[in-house]
Design a protein around this ligand. Sequence first.
Ligand SMILES: [Mg+2]
Length: 144
Amino acid sequence: MNEPYVMLVDDEEEFVEALTKRLTHRDVQVIPCFGGEEALDKLDSHRNVDVVILDVKMPGLDGIEVLQEVKKRFPLVEVIMLTGHATVENAVEGMKQGAFDYLMKPCDLEELMEKVEAATAKRREQIDRIREAAVRNALSGMVE
Ligand SMILES: [Mg+2]
């Protein structure tokens, strides 16, 4: 699998910078973001992002609001929610609204890598299936 392409969204700058470094060392391509608005803007211009790692608790648009917008505008992008103990219910709500999975902070890098890889594989398989269906559809038009 080619390296996962990830957007990391969290209002804690130090956390974003530290985790971006760690993920980059693991051959993950990372776009760091510090808020929901910024993330949605950047997703619009970076259409190959596989996975958004999304903090639940942020000022401005919170994680659930960002999740809803991501799923509405970019339905194939997978979302992994990051949560503290106080907001686990929000993360569970996120799962009901289409998040791929969630993780508790502080998150274990191995566990995060596993989820990122699984989410990336899911998105890419879906894209492959859509392409195959489009090709089949086009071919069936040719023989009719
Ligand atoms: Mg936060």
